[in-house]
Design a protein around this ligand. Structure first.
Ligand SMILES: Nc1nc2c(ncn2[C@@H]2O[C@H](COP(=O)(O)OP(=O)(O)OP(=O)(O)O)[C@@H](O)[C@H]2O)c(=O)[nH]1
Ligand SMILES: [Mg+2]
Length: 307
C-alpha cells in the first residue's frame, strides 16, 4: 500500500510543486489571506491546469472561508474533495456476466498500453481476461498488442491490417462468451474526435458487440492523455456525445505538472475515472482514488475536519 502511494506521490510531484510554489505556510491558519497570496494561489491553480471553472470555484470558497479557522491548504482540499466525491469508478469484479470494455480515444493517448496494463491488473484480481486487437488500421498496432499479450500470457484475438475492426470485436466477444472469460478488452484505433467517419466506425463496433448481449459493451472508456491537461475536454465531449461514454482512464500523469486537469475534466464531464496511468510498465496503472490523488497534490487530510 505504501509503495502504491509512493508511486502516486512521485507521479504528481511536479503538480504539487506547481500548486504550492511561492505560497508560504499554506497549512497555517492566520488573521486573513493576503491579496498577494490569493493572486499567487489563483496563478498556481491555472498553472496546474485545474481549468477556469474549477479555479473559480476554489477561489470563491477561499474568499468565503474564515482564515482563522481554516488554512489555505484545508480550504483547497475540502473544495476539491467535494468536487471529486463521485469521481471514482468501481469495477464489477467476480461476477458471472462477461464485462466488455471498449477503449477509445485520439491517437497516441495510451489506449494499447492501457489495454495491456488493465489486462494485467485484472489478472492480479484473478479475473480471466481476453484482449481484442480492433486496431486494424496500422499493422504495428496489432504487433504492439500481440507483444504485450505474449509477455503477460494473455490471449489476444487478432486479424490482419485493413480487416473490419467490428469483425474483430465480434470474434473477440464470441470467443470471450463461449469460453467464459470475465473480461473482454477491446483496443481500438486512435481517431480524431472531429473525423466523423472514424467515429462512425466506433459506433459500428458498438452495434456489432451489442448483438451478443443487449448491454454489451458495458464499459465505453475514453483514454485521455493527462499530460495534455484540460485541452482534452473538447475531444472528450465529442466522443461522449457520439457513443455515450461510461468512464475514463487518464494516462501519462507521471511527471506532469498539469495534474489538476483530473478535476477539470471530471468537473466538466461528470464521468467516473477508473484508473490513472503513471508510467509505461504493465504495473503502472493505478485504480483512481481521489483521496490518494489529493494526498499527493495537496497533502494529507489531517485536520481538515476542523474547517
Ligand atoms: N509516461 C507514460 N507513457 C505512457 C503512458 N501510457 C502510455 N504511454 C506511452 O505513450 C505512447 C503511446 O501509447 P500507445 O498505447 O501506443 O497509445 P495509443 O493510444 O494506443 O496510440 P494509437 O494506437 O496510435 O492511437 C507509448 O510510448 C506508451 O508507452 C503513461 O501512463 N505514462
Ligand atoms: Mg494503439
Amino acid at each position: 500500500m505504501f509503495e502504491v502511494f509512493k508511486k502516486i506521490k512521485d507521479g504528481f510531484v511536479n503538480t504539487h510543486k506547481k500548486l504550492w510554489a511561492g505560497l508560504l505556510n499554506p497549512f497555517r491558519k492566520s488573521e486573513s489571506f493576503a491579496s498577494e497570496t490569493l493572486e499567487q494561489l489563483e496563478a498556481n491553480l491555472y498553472g496546474a491546469d485545474f481549468g477556469p471553472e474549477v479555479v473559480e470555484k476554489i477561489m470563491q470558497q477561499v474568499k468565503n472561508s474564515d482564515p482563522k479557522c481554516c488554512s489555505l491548504l484545508q480550504v483547497v482540499r475540502l473544495t476539491l474533495e467535494a468536487m471529486l466525491h463521485d469521481s471514482e469508478g468501481t469495477l464489477p469484479l467476480a461476477i458471472q456476466q462477461p464485462q466488455v470494455v471498449l477503449l477509445l480515444g485520439v491517437n497516441g493517448v495510451g489506449k494499447t498500453t492501457t489495454a495491456a496494463k488493465l489486462a494485467h491488473y485484472l489478472q492480479t484480481q484473478n479475473e480471466k481476461v481476453l484482449l481484442g486487437s480492433c486496431d486494424t488500421f496500422r499493422a504495428a498496432a496489432d504487433q504492439q498488442l500481440k507483444r504485450w499479450a505474449e509477455q503477460l500470457h494473455i490471449e489476444c484475438v487478432r486479424s490482419h491490417q485493413g480487416a473490419d475492426a467490428a469483425a474483430v470485436a465480434h470474434d473477440t466477444c464470441q470467443a470471450g462468451v463461449h469460453r467464459n472469460y470475465n473480461w473482454i478488452l477491446l483496443d481500438t484505433a486512435g481517431r480524431l474526435h472531429n473525423k466523423t467517419h472514424l467515429v462512425e466506425e466506433l459506433k459500428k463496433i458498438i452495434r456489432v458487440v451489442k448483438k451478443f448481449q443487449d448491454n454489451f459493451p458495458q464499459h465505453k472508456w475514453l483514454v485521455v492523455d493527462g499530460s495534455l491537461g484540460t485541452n482534452s475536454i473538447t475531444q472528450a465531449k465529442v466522443f461522449h456525445e457520439a457513443v455515450g461514454l461510461t468512464g475514463m482512464i487518464v494516462t501519462k500523469l507521471d511527471g506532469t505538472s498539469k495534474g489538476g486537469a483530473i478535476v477539470g475534466i471530471h468537473d466538466q464531464l461528470k464521468l467516473p475515472i477508473y484508473f490513472i496511468g503513471l508510467g509505461e510498465a504493465c504495473d503502472d496503472l493505478q485504480k483512481f482514488s481521489y483521496a490518494s490523488y489529493l494526498d499527493a497534490i495537496i497533502g494529507s487530510s489531517n485536520g481538515s475536519s476542523t474547517c
